[in-house]
Design a protein around this ligand. Structure first.
Ligand SMILES: Nc1ncnc2c1ncn2[C@@H]1O[C@H](COP(=O)(O)OP(=O)(O)OP(=O)(O)O)[C@@H](O)[C@H]1O
Length: 645
């Protein structure tokens, strides 16, 4: 049987010994219950569009549906569920939720980013591309800048056929890759470059410049997506194999789907596997990156999906849900009010606007306020988030100094560590594995959760989930690695050891080949060395100020800290109290470009709060400036304003 027939995935492992549950006896795992529509969506036999606001449990619903399909055998062994997310941390988060709910089935739940999935297809099956699009000498990943695109468009415009020249010259560089290249399905036969309209002409010239006749080709993820779509469309065997391997498909945050991604999904999965798409069009904040308008509606039409609107909100208390509703109806007037399922744990206002005379006053006041709140309530620093529209770094130094006065740490999740953001590093499965191993080596007892997480990751790395013999071997290896690493740490104090030495030592104890293979298949959009380099850079930063290995690890993770992050990075996350800072023209300078998307960004930020959101500004002109509408919405929601000096 060829690799194409089975997609090279099925039949590799032994059938695990697990008891199946009858569908009618199945119960949600780890939660009390679901609203009726969520239960219906969970058990639906067909394509489903789950449309719901923030905190409705959309991601949780996917994790529960996975548990249902796997535990009942409705998704029979060895077939798998493929879950597609847009961001790596969202993919990892969903994977973790399923692993913790149904560890015995975790190997049959594949949670990947869109880019990772399409890249894995191109990497494995490029040789099956139609002759006109054959890849001759591999490719390298290259992200063209807007200036590259402008230069390219300026070149091809004057050379375009006369009848389409004006149209070609009107194509905008900002939308070119997402819309023009992303919106063009590669024809199986090479078209005549003089035929076709301006879009086809420009897209084809792009492929000529970066792929055809280039060795190696230069590809970004939009082009990789287009090649993957062509592959599947032109190789029916591969399409069939994918459909057999993955009879159930989940897509999280569907509102962020681009036209390229939508056409890929339609080519591969329409009229085939059961697709469950979840999303919230009011949280569509990736339009600038090419997210399709009305993606969920289009999905429901194209996939003939049943819609399941959800009304419950498990995250935010009733006062916050009411306030969110005002913004939600501004974005979509037909939005029905959500029902809060979370009790308020505070007496005061759930939302307030605070104005300050200066940024220094703002940082000093908020720091003291957080310290007092922690002292009174027993909450942890990590219960507080400091959000801003985009320039979060401008707040960091001030808040670091002010919060340090009270012994409270700050972590800037937007910080660039080598080439990746701190948030992505700390959530990366490989970084968590290395960190976990170091923790277990440093502290032999009392970390059962860390031990279990490391073990689960190693099971996945070694393909041991559901195989008791292999699991025992992985467990024994883990004991050996932590023991060896423990004695190494004991004879190499943190004060005189370099980041390189510790990483080399740890990696020498691991099966790096297996780790490479694991990363290549589950996260092909990111090389193992990228994560290792970022890990190294972070270690380099924290080592000099640390007194012991425990201290190094604590500073590396900085888990118990007030978090600074952008509204975009806050997507999918939640905190007890959110400070949404910088309500002014400076942070929201681009509001006028796309007020709807900008309001959605505001909505995403505001809806991260479980109990309290405090919106701040230091600008006396904020109310009458670019984002005057936000203040009107806050007034409409009766959010009180306080001058904090
Ligand atoms: N059925 C449930 N019962 C209890 N808690 C739940 C349930 N579903 C979700 N939750 C909790 O509610 C919170 C929000 O869930 P989740 O992140 O899945 O929501 P979401 O719809 O994806 O939100 P958003 O769109 O804002 O990112 C989480 O803390 C989650 O653990």
């Amino acid at each position: 049987m060829s690799q194409l027939d089975t997609f090279g995935e099925l039949g590799e492992r032994r059938r695990p010994l697990v008891t199946l549950i009858m569908p009618e006896s199945w119960q949600p795992v780890g939660i009390d219950g679901l609203e009726p529509n969520a239960s219906a969506a969970l058990m639906h036999e067909g394509n489903a569009a789950v449309v719901a606001g923030p905190g409705a449990g959309k991601t949780e619903l996917l994790a529960q549906r996975a548990a249902y399909l796997l535990q009942t055998g409705i998704c029979p062994w060895p077939q798998r569920i493929l879950a597609i997310s847009f961001k790596r941390d969202a993919a990892a988060n969903l994977g973790r939720r399923v692993t913790s709910r149904v560890p015995e089935h975790a190997s049959r739940f594949v949670s990947m980013t869109f880019d990772a999935f399409t890249k894995s297809l191109v990497d494995r099956f490029a040789s099956a591309l139609p002759a006109s699009w054959a890849m001759h000498d591999g490719y390298k990943i290259d992200f063209p800048t807007e200036r590259n695109v402008e230069g390219f468009l300026a070149n091809i415009g004057p050379a375009a056929p006369l009848d389409i020249r004006a149209d070609v010259m009107r194509i905008r560089a900002t939308k070119f890759i997402a819309s023009t290249v992303g919106g063009w399905d590669l024809p199986i036969e090479m078209p005549d470059s003089e035929a076709g309209d301006a879009t086809e002409y420009a897209a084809l010239q792009w492929w000529r410049a970066r792929y055809l006749g280039r060795a190696p080709a230069e590809l970004d993820f939009v082009m990789i997506n287009r090649l993957a779509e062509l592959l599947v469309r032109s190789a029916p065997q591969l399409r069939r194999a994918l459909r057999i391997t993955y009879p159930y498909i989940f897509v999280d945050e569907f509102q962020d789907t681009t036209s390229a991604q939508f056409s890929f999904l339609a080519s591969v999965f329409a009229d085939g596997p059961m697709v469950t798409a979840v999303g919230d069009s009011k949280q569509r904040i990736m339009g600038w990156a090419g997210a399709l308008p009305h993606a969920l509606k289009r999905f429901a039409q194209k996939f003939d999906a049943t819609s399941f609107p959800l009304m419950w909100n498990f995250r935010s208390s009733a006062g916050l849900v009411q306030m969110q509703h005002v913004i939600a109806t501004h974005l979509e007037p037909s939005t029905a009010p959500a029902i809060s399922k979370t009790d308020a744990d505070l007496d005061g206002n759930p939302a307030e606007v605070w104005t300050f005379s200066s940024v220094n006053r703002e940082a000093a006041f908020i720091a003291e306020w957080i310290a007092t709140d922690i002292a009174k309530s027993g909450r942890r620093p990590a219960d507080f988030a400091l959000l801003a529209r985009q320039k979060i770094a401008t707040f960091e130094a001030r808040f670091r100094i002010e919060l340090a006065r009270y012994g409270i740490q700050v972590r800037n999740d937007d910080e660039l560590v080598d080439t990746i953001r701190l948030q992505d590093l700390l959530k990366h499965e490989v970084a968590r594995l290395i960190l976990g191993l170091l923790r277990l080596a440093d502290q032999p007892r009392g970390l059962p959760t860390v031990w279990q997480e490391v073990l689960n990751t190693l099971y996945r790395v070694h393909g041991a989930a559901g195989d008791e013999v292999a699991q025992r071997r992985v467990g024994d290896d883990l004991t050996a690695v932590t023991t060896a690493m423990r004695s190494w740490l004991a004879s190499n104090p943190s004060t005189s050891t370099s980041a390189r030495e510790i990483l080399e030592q740890l990696l020498s104890l691991l099966d790096v080949g297996a780790l490479h293979r694991y990363v290549r298949t589950t996260m092909p959009d990111e090389a193992l060395r990228t994560v290792i380099r970022a890990f190294w850079a972070r270690l380099d930063k924290v080592l000099p100020n640390s007194a012991s290995w425990a201290d190094v690890l604590e500073k590396f993770e900085c888990a118990d800290a007030v978090v600074l992050l952008t509204a975009h990075r806050s997507k999918g996350l939640e905190y007890h109290t959110v400070f949404f800072m910088g309500l002014d023209d400076d942070q929201w300078w681009a509001h006028g470009r796309d007020p709807v998307e900008s309001t959605s960004t505001f909505f995403v930020g505001v809806s991260r709060a479980a109990q309290r959101v405090i919106l701040t500004t230091t600008s006396p002109h904020a109310r009458t400036g670019r984002i005057a509408t936000f203040f009107e919405l806050l007034d409409e929601a009766a959010v009180p304003e306080f001058d904090r000096g």
